[in-house]
Design a protein around this ligand. Structure first.
Ligand code: ADP
Length: 210
């Protein structure tokens, strides 16, 4: 490569059912960085019956948050892997101010910083409707009516406020999450490009041109 690869350290934040898992994978693939979804990692551990899985199973099934220190340690370990050296798309983390502080500390310790926070905005009703559909399609044990309500309440109370923190740092790209999957993907890549964040190999961006 003639130009040093630019970093692509992204968060993707949005309520349950916003489609952030799907969109996060597309962004990660385009930028050739790993997508790291804490919920997926926890679910894999539960499925595999690991020690971590046993620790978190009841918490996840209730839709509560796994303790910050445990979650942050898991994320630190994952982001320290070589494949995440040039970037990552973090989905589902940080989810509250404590985790924001942990992530700040981790990145600062490595001389790194986030490049953008992708906010997928979806109205509550739409979010609930999509989760109900997912419950039918996938049968996730935390997609029951009661647990969905708990997860959304935690999102609104603890996670939405972290967007203010990142807004103050001018990192947030607010994306309208209503529309077809392709529409939303297009909006995300347009918003990233406006910040000069385009995948390597897409020409101008790799040279750092504005
Ligand atoms: P959703 O966003 O639809 O609730 P996720 O797959 O992101 O689903 O997360 C599933 C569950 O995993 C959460 O309800 C929570 O119990 C746990 N979890 C995931 N990420 C975190 C996190 N950053 N902090 C604490 N718990 C988490």
């Amino acid at each position: 490569m003639t130009h040093p690869a630019r970093s692509a350290r992204f968060l993707i934040v949005g309520p349950q059912g916003s489609g952030k898992g799907t969109q996060g994978v597309l962004v990660a693939e385009a930028f050739d960085v790993p997508q790291v979804a804490t919920g997926d990692i926890f679910r894999e551990n539960v499925k595999g019956g690991t020690e971590l899985g046993k620790q978190v199973q009841a918490i996840i099934e209730a839709g509560d948050l796994v303790p910050d220190e445990l979650t942050s340690e898991l994320v630190r370990d994952r982001l320290a892997q070589p494949d995440a050296a040039g970037g990552f798309v973090l989905d589902g983390y940080p989810r509250n101010r404590g985790q924001v502080a942990h992530l700040d500390e981790f990145l600062a310790g490595r001389g790194e910083a986030l490049d953008a926070v992708i906010e997928l905005a979806v109205p509550r009703d739409e979010s609930i409707a999509r989760l109900r559909q997912r419950a039918l399609d996938q049968g996730r044990t935390d997609d029951t009516e009661e647990v969905i309500a708990n997860r959304l309440a935690i999102y609104e109370r603890e996670t939405a406020p972290i967007l203010d923190v990142y807004r103050e740092r001018d990192l947030v790209l607010r994306i309208d999450g209503v529309g077809t999957l392709d529409d939303v993907t297009g909006r995300i890549f347009d918003a990233l490009a406006e910040r000069g964040l385009v995948p390597n190999g897409d020409g101008a961006a790799a040279t750092g041109a504005a």
